[in-house]
Design a protein around this ligand. Structure first.
Ligand code: NOJ
Length: 569
């Protein structure tokens, strides 16, 4: 079946984490005017859509994912006039802006919650989820996703409220139609301002199982896993269809939902072409492979066969039914080159480019997280003071504080998977604070900014940055890259990720070596059909017909360490 065209299928998205992108006033925190000053950089990169992580009024307990006023801008980021100006400048350059929508919870400093906690009969009481104590303790055993219990006792009314994240992020009660109407009105207000869509924070968690059953206990955690009772809950699709009717269908928007606990089956429900809910979902299966006994806190390597399996499953199971989103990084995950590639000096650049080819030649909308286009790497901290993230602080206190693991072991894990790896300031140049700020940055700049920065890469045609530009250009000019069907090749290989895309009579083949050794692919040029090389990360690959390295071993194409090649047949 021929895929329907849509602008959000053809665009390339760039995520900005505003605290860390560009500071304009020397307070060490990125801001809206800073972003405005970098729009030409994004346009030049080829970006179509900017996804802006939250800039709303917030006490900043979870860096803005705890909103105290949905219709105001947080002081450190600027003013609403600055926002309007930014939006106008983005549109002026022919780009679009997608905002973050955080409506599973608010801040405890939101006016609704201040009212809600006041008394049991306050008109806002049912905006949140309040429960009586059970056996003088919380209503059930659910864990917060930031560790500890998911319920907080409030002495004023003698009841508990639910907070799946920090206790300063109380969960909204979506069962209450007034809550839903308030949210739809707020979304419409932003729509009327002219934004171009929403990325929806933990959208799969809005509907809670109203029986609130205990979750399964896992070794080493005194709190139970409530995920099965709050992810993909009983009324989630009714809510999203209602949201679609009342708001989304009125705008020409792009919508992408954060799919905690979402597999391919669920994704087809949320983002199916017939679902009338969202355009696409983010899933996390590929970035959460190989967890250890402490879940995401590990330093395990990723097995390529598992990675291939997961990404291929998402490609094939959504084919013709729903649209994929493609991402390696965001503000919650470590840097891809450190996790899936190789950030040692000899291989950093090759593997950063290889990862870009591997993912962005697939079917779906590409999302690039700030700095990924440079191959920014993880940051190595040695003490808790090096980190700001609430999740890191909570987990450290719980795991090291209780003596379960040593400081050294925890640091290894934080340096491998912690969220602050992605949140270090954007590396614009080699000056003291990487051109991010004139002041003291809120989070330390990665010391490698002296050689890994925009200024150095912009002036070098074989840089990671220039490579990203080429890839984006290809996505913009070749329908096969957007709409072509996907087929995995070399399924059994533990070293090479290979696949084919096809559209009508066109076909292209992507070959990526995930190792630091030369690998024979077992594929011959003859088998793949005559053709040219569309893009590759080794400069000496020019085209099969020109008698270069590919032609020399055409009976068995050899891929050098971290080599990526795309053949067009
Ligand atoms: C997902 C966001 O991406 C993350 O940064 C945040 O901490 C949680 N949702 C809670 O809003």
């Amino acid at each position: 079946m021929e895929e329907q065209r849509a602008w959000w299928k053809e665009c390339v998205v760039y995520q900005i984490y505003p605290r860390s992108f560009q500071d304009s006033n020397g307070d060490g925190i990125g801001d809206l005017n800073g972003i405005r000053s970098r729009l030409d950089y994004l346009k030049d990169l080829g970006i179509d859509v900017i996804w802006l992580s939250p800039v709303y009024q917030s006490p900043g307990d979870d860096n803005g994912y705890d909103i105290s006023d949905y219709k105001a801008v947080m002081d450190v980021f600027g003013t609403m006039e600055d926002f309007d100006c930014l939006l106008a400048e983005i549109h002026h350059r022919g780009m679009k802006l997608v905002m973050d929508l955080v409506v599973n919870h608010t801040s405890d400093e939101h006016a609704w919650f201040a009212e809600s906690r006041r008394s049991r009969d306050n008109p806002y009481r049912d905006y949140y989820i309040w429960k009586e104590p059970v056996n003088e303790g919380p209503p059930n055993n659910w864990a917060s996703r930031f560790r500890g219990p998911a319920w907080e006792y409030d002495g004023r009314t003698g009841m508990y409220y639910l907070h799946i994240y920090s206790k300063k992020q109380p969960d909204l009660n979506w069962e209450n139609p007034r809550v839903r109407q308030e949210i739809y009105e707020m979304m419409t207000w932003w729509g009327n301002k002219g934004i171009d869509g929403f990325r929806m924070d933990v959208i799969s968690m809005l509907s809670k199982d109203q029986r609130f059953p205990d979750g399964v206990l896992k070794e080493g955690n005194p709190y139970g896993d409530g995920l099965p009772y709050y992810a993909n809950g009983p009324r989630i699709h009714a809510y999203l269809q209602e949201m679609n009717r009342e708001v989304l269908s009125r705008f020409d928007w792009m919508t992408v939902g954060e799919g905690v606990g979402v597999g391919t089956r669920e994704a087809v429900q949320y983002a199916g072409y017939e679902s009338h809910e969202l355009n696409m979902m983010f899933h996390f299966e590929h970035v959460e492979l190989n967890p250890g006994p402490f879940g995401k806190w590990n330093d395990n390597p990723v097995c390529l066969r598992d990675l291939k399996k997961v990404l291929s499953r998402w490609q094939t199971e959504l084919e013709g039914k729903a649209w994929n989103s493609l991402f390696w990084e965001n503000h919650d995950y470590p840097r891809a080159v450190s996790r899936f590639g190789n950030d040692s000096p000899g291989f950093w650049e090759l593997s950063a480019k290889m990862l870009a080819v591997c993912l962005y030649m697939m079917k779906g909308t590409p999302y690039i997280y700030q700095g990924q286009e440079l191959g920014m790497t993880n940051f190595q901290g040695s003490s808790l003071e090096d980190f700001q993230d609430i999740e890191i602080h909570h987990v450290y206190r719980e795991m090291v504080g209780s003596g379960r693991i040593s400081h050294e072991e925890m640091m290894r894990y934080i340096n491998h998977t912690g969220r602050d790896n992605a949140r270090t300031p954007m590396q614009w140049d080699d000056t003291e604070q990487a051109g991010f700020t004139d002041g003291t940055p809120w989070l330390r700049v990665n010391p490698n900014h002296t050689w890994l920065n925009v200024k150095e890469q912009a002036g070098r045609s074989d840089s990671v940055l220039c490579f990203y530009k080429q890839l984006i250009k290809l996505r913009h000019t070749m329908d096969i890259l957007v709409y072509g069907a996907y087929r995995l090749l070399l399924e059994e290989s533990g070293a090479i990720f290979a696949y084919e895309r096809s559209l009508g009579k066109e076909r292209l083949t992507v070959l990526c070596n995930f190792t630091d050794r030369t690998q024979k692919s077992g594929l011959s040029v003859r088998e793949l059909g005559a053709g040219t090389i569309l893009i590759g990360n080794y400069p000496d690959r020019r085209g099969i017909s020109q008698g270069d390295a590919v032609a020399l071993c055409e009976e068995d194409i050899c891929l050098r360490p971290y080599e990526a090649i795309v053949f067009m047949q």
